[in-house]
Design a binder for this molecule. Structure first.
Ligand SMILES: Cc1ncc(COP(=O)(O)O)c(C=O)c1O
Length: 380
């Protein structure tokens, strides 16, 4: 297999783990739609024996993801939440996690209703605020769970600084890199121990697959996660692995357009009187702008904004035409949603409840002029 490690990002996205198939020369990795693999003698096989334990299409995806995040190991899962679950299962009952205080609602739900009842302690904390991190730290804190930018409030956490604090106290740092993607931000070279992804979003990129991944250079941790992938069984099927692999090939090109279109949409939002506040790390007024400049290549395609009140936010959501009103994000098509009543409904009444006047946009790669016109018409 060629070593692509010194190649650029877009080259690795297209080639790492994706050599032409040796038997036929097919340039795309085949979909190995099989549940089992023939053995010549008992225990003698070509590296794969059963498709939950391993599948060549999934292997290709895992190699590509590890290469893009600059990690040694990639482990693919059937969803982003299955990936998160595997990471949390590496902890023991009694361990404690500091969690970003505006993580994706489903992540919070998993912490509070799946892992906490089994004995894992956690506290949501403003990870952008060092004194708050200090106050939340406990002797049994073993992990810090970062999302940056956060979903949906677009807070930016300083990965390198927080990693320093965590490592000084022997805690691991996990970064959910779903919003930024490895094209814009690579947490492992910044010092983090683990990256998790919902590959459902930008990595798949076409709103046609649900998947997740864990990437790490920590051999022991990766081995445990690999064990859990097989032992718990939340694996992606070969078609789903193939769809994410196909999405990766255009990630760099798509992200450039997502970022440029977001810039145009943000400029339009900033001029609208009905918009109280625009949340996007590319704005110089954003509290995380300087950190984002340092740790991201560009500022991403996710934009949130606040209207006068919840009624105005709900009414705006219903008036978009090019932006589709739907959950999820990161696909080629632009989406609009009301986090309070849609993606983050599961955190209503919790410390993570999001403001009702908030609207979230996943800015797609359509023509910027059409997106800007849609925003103006929906809000003005
Ligand atoms: C930042 C983030 N992490 C994780 C997830 C969960 O991923 P999945 O829906 O693939 O389980 C989501 C889903 O929206 C997300 O936005």
């Amino acid at each position: 297999m060629t070593d692509w490690s010194s190649a650029g990002f877009a080259t690795r996205a297209i080639h790492a783990g994706q050599e032409p198939e040796p038997r036929t020369g097919a340039v795309t990795v085949p979909v190995y739609q099989t549940s089992t693999f023939a053995q010549t003698e008992v225990g003698q096989h070509r590296g794969w024996d059963y498709a939950r334990s391993g599948n060549p299409t999934r292997d290709a995806l895992e190699t590509a993801l590890a290469s893009l995040e600059r990690g040694a190991h990639g482990v693919a899962f059937s969803s982003g939440l299955a990936a998160a679950d595997a990471v949390l299962r590496t902890l023991d009952p009694g361990d404690h996690v500091l969690l970003a205080n505006d993580v994706y609602g489903g992540t919070y739900r998993q912490f509070s209703r799946v892992h906490e009842p089994w004995g894992l302690g956690f506290d949501p904390v403003d990870l952008t605020d060092p004194p708050a991190v200090e106050a939340g730290w406990r002797p049994e804190t073993r992990m810090v769970w970062i999302e940056t930018p956060t979903n949906p409030l677009m807070a930016v956490v300083d990965i390198a600084a927080l990693t320093q604090t965590a490592h000084d106290r022997d805690a691991l740092v996990v970064v959910d890199n779903t919003f930024a993607t490895p094209y814009l931000q690579q947490p492992l070279p910044l010092g983090a121990d683990v990256v998790v992804h919902s590959t459902t979003k930008y990595l798949g990129g076409h709103s046609d697959v649900v998947g997740g991944a864990v990437i790490s250079s920590d051999d022991r941790l990766a081995e445990r996660i690999r064990f859990l992938q097989n032992a718990v069984g939340g694996v992606p099927g070969p078609w789903d692995a193939w769809l994410v692999l196909r999405g990766l090939k255009t990630l760099a090109a798509r992200m450039r357009v997502h970022c440029d279109n977001a810039r145009a949409v943000v400029a339009a939002l900033a001029e609208l009187e009905a918009v109280r506040e625009v949340l996007w790390p590319g704005l110089e007024s954003h509290p995380g702008h300087a950190v984002a400049r340092r740790q991201m290549r560009d500022f991403g395609g996710m934009v949130s904004f606040r209207m006068a009140n919840e009624a105005a936010a709900l009414a705006a959501c219903a008036r978009f035409e090019v932006f589709t009103l739907a959950e999820s994000l990161g696909g080629v098509e632009s989406l609009v949603e009301h986090p309070g009543q849609m993606t983050h409904q599961s955190v209503a009444g919790s410390p993570l409840e999001v403001p009702g006047d908030l609207v979230r946009l996943s800015v797609g790669i359509e023509d910027a002029d059409d997106l800007v016109a849609d925003v103006r018409k929906a809000i003005a």
